[in-house]
Write a protein that binds this ligand. Structure first.
Ligand code: SF4
Length: 223
């Protein structure tokens, strides 16, 4: 039993849309608050409309969906200290836990059993200078058994974002050891264009679409 409370924007059941787990049913716990101000943020509503819930109540609601995965997301989930005991407790209960984080805060204190999906923000986001370099370092230095618990996500808006992303991947040789999910900013870059660049450069990344935006209306909440 864990004690503590968190400000929660929503707890919902959907199809995982933006990682190597895309396509799987998943219970989502969206924590409220972020404040990083990425251009084109599609969860700005998570800045407000929060309810304060006890950890055990959050787990009860998420578990009710009986999904194979539980994802902790935001907003920026790592802003609230009680997120750490929440993730630990979910792992202890046998859930496969995913964390989706904006990449500005370090994941050093996250339970190593949690699968970390870490954004690397491209220049079009307006906040790429806030990417926390420690996360790449932590992934590179992780014990081999825990390396597969890291993956990075890059959402691109134009060709110069793509060139920027490519140089970062080469600089740290990230494609040698990690799954790199590369996608397009919805409505800003055509998937076909990105696919062409990846194929032409023989870039070893996994292309993704924001699956939930194709299944449901792109601005729909709770999916
Ligand atoms: S980190 Fe995520 S939630 Fe926060 S502003 Fe950026 S896109 Fe929105």
């Amino acid at each position: 039993m864990s004690t503590g409370t968190l400000n929660i924007s929503e707890i919902f059941h959907s199809i995982q849309g933006e990682s190597s787990f895309a396509g799987w049913p998943c219970a989502f716990i969206r924590l409220a608050g972020c404040g990083h101000g990425c251009l084109g943020c599609d969860t700005a509503y998570a800045e407000s409309d929060a309810a304060t819930l006890e950890i055990e109540e959050i787990i009860r609601q998420a578990s009710a969906f009986q999904a194979p995965f539980v994802e902790v997301t935001g907003g920026e989930p790592l802003l609230q200290p009680a997120v750490y005991p929440l993730m630990e407790r979910l792992c202890d209960l046998g859930h496969t836990v995913l964390l989706e984080t904006g990449g500005f805060l370090s994941v050093a204190e996250v339970d190593p059993r949690v699968h970390k999906i870490i954004d690397i923000k491209a220049p079009s986001s307006g906040v790429c200078d806030k990417n926390n370099p420690e996360n790449i370092q932590l992934a590179l230095e992780a014990e081999p058994a825990y390396r597969k618990k890291f993956e990075f996500k890059m959402v691109l808006g134009c060709r110069s974002d793509y060139e920027w992303a490519k140089s970062l991947l080469f600089e740290h040789r990230l494609t040698d050891s990690f799954t790199i999910m590369m996608g397009v900013m919805f409505g800003k870059l055509e998937p076909q264009e990105l696919a062409g660049w990846i194929l032409s450069d023989r870039l070893n990344v996994r292309m993704q679409l924001q699956l939930h935006k194709y299944i449901w209306p792109p601005d729909m909440r709770g999916v």
